[in-house]
Write a protein that binds this ligand. Structure first.
Ligand SMILES: [Zn+2]
Length: 274
C-alpha cells in the first residue's frame, strides 16, 4: 500500500495541476468510496469549489478548498490519483473522476476498492489522532524512544501504528528494522538507547531516499502521470522473500506480525529470546 513516500510523491506531483483550479464536476463510478457525507452531498458541495492546496498527513492527503471544506483522500491498498488531459478514455478500475475548470481531470483509480474519500468541515475529525510526522522537528530520538520503550508490543506493530507515528507502513518499517538489525517481533521496550538513535536516523534516511526515488512501485502504485516509482530497487528485505540478503547471503524470510507480512533476514535480525 502507498506509504509516506508514495503519498508525498502523489501530493507533490498533483499540486501543479490542481492548485487554483475549480472543480467543475465529480463523477462517482463507485459511490461506496465516499465515507462522508452522502455521495450526493459530496458531489454537490465539491462542485464550484477551488482547490487551494494539498498537504500530506501520515498517509492521508487533505485537499484544502476555497469554501472552507477539506476533501481528505486515502489511497489505502491499491489507490492512485492520475492526471489526464480529458475523460475521453478512462483507465480500468476508475472509481471517481474530478473535472477541473481547465479541462484536466483527476482520476481515482483503485483496483481493490478500499480507497476512501471524505469531505469534512474539520479535518481533525479524521487526522487529529495521528502520531507525529517522522520529519517533524519535534520527532526527536527522545520522542521515538518514549513511544517504543514504554511498550512491549512487537517493533513492527509499533512502527506501523499510525496513532504512534504517522506515515510508516509495512515496507518502510521492515527496511528500518533491517537497518538496525532488529527482528520485527522484538518488543519495543527491548531497544537500547544506541538502537533508538540509530533507528531514528534510519527511518528518516530510508523515507527521504524513497521520496527522492518517487516511491516504491511493488504492485499497483503509480505516480500521477502514470509512471512508476523506483524506491523498491533500494529495498534490502521488503518484498524480497527467499532472495539472498545482500549482507550475509541468508534467504530473506517472511512472517506475519499482527496480520502484516513482515520481511527480515534471520541472520542479520536475530529472533528475540523467549
Ligand atoms: Zn543478512
Amino acid at each position: 500500500m502507498p506509504e509516506l513516500p508514495e503519498v508525498e510523491t502523489v501530493k507533490n506531483e498533483l499540486l501543479p495541476y490542481v492548485v487554483g483550479r475549480k472543480i467543475t464536476d465529480v463523477v462517482l463510478l463507485w459511490a461506496g468510496m465516499v465515507k462522508e457525507p452522502s455521495p450526493e452531498e459530496f458531489r454537490k458541495r465539491l462542485i464550484g469549489q477551488k482547490i487551494t492546496g494539498i498537504t500530506r498527513r501520515g498517509k492521508y492527503m487533505p485537499f484544502s478548498l476555497s469554501g472552507g471544506d477539506t476533501m481528505i483522500v486515502h489511497l489505502k491498498m491499491t489507490g492512485s490519483l492520475l492526471v489526464q488531459k480529458d475523460s475521453a478514455e478512462l483507465p480500468p478500475y476508475a472509481r471517481a473522476v474530478f473535472h477541473l475548470d481547465e479541462g484536466t481531470v483527476i482520476v481515482f483509480r483503485d483496483l481493490r476498492k478500499f480507497g476512501v474519500l471524505r469531505l469534512v468541515k474539520d479535518r481533525d475529525t479524521v487526522i487529529g489522532k495521528l502520531g507525529p510526522e517522522p520529519f517533524d522537528e519535534g520527532f526527536t530520538p527522545k520522542v521515538l524512544g518514549e513511544i517504543l520503550t514504554k511498550r512491549k508490543a512487537p517493533l513492527k506493530a509499533l512502527l506501523t501504528e499510525q496513532t504512534l507515528i504517522a506515515g510508516i507502513g509495512s515496507m518502510y518499517a521492515d527496511e528500518a528494522l533491517f537497518a538496525i538489525g532488529a527482528h520485527p517481533m522484538r518488543p519495543g521496550n527491548s531497544l537500547s538507547l544506541k538502537e533508538i538513535n540509530k533507528l531514528h536516523r534510519e527511518i528518516r534516511r530510508i523515507l527521504s531516499e524513497a521520496i527522492e526515488n518517487k516511491g516504491a512501485s511493488v504492485d499497483t502504485y503509480y505516480r500521477p502521470d502514470g509512471s512508476r516509482g523506483t524506491a523498491h530497487y533500494q529495498f534490502k528485505v521488503a518484498h524480497r522473500f527467499k532472495e539472498k540478503c545482500y549482507v550475509c547471503g541468508t534467504p530473506i524470510d517472511r512472517i506475519k506480525v499482527r496480520q502484516r507480512g513482515s520481511y527480515f533476514c534471520p541472520h542479520c535480525q536475530p529472533a528475540p529470546k523467549q
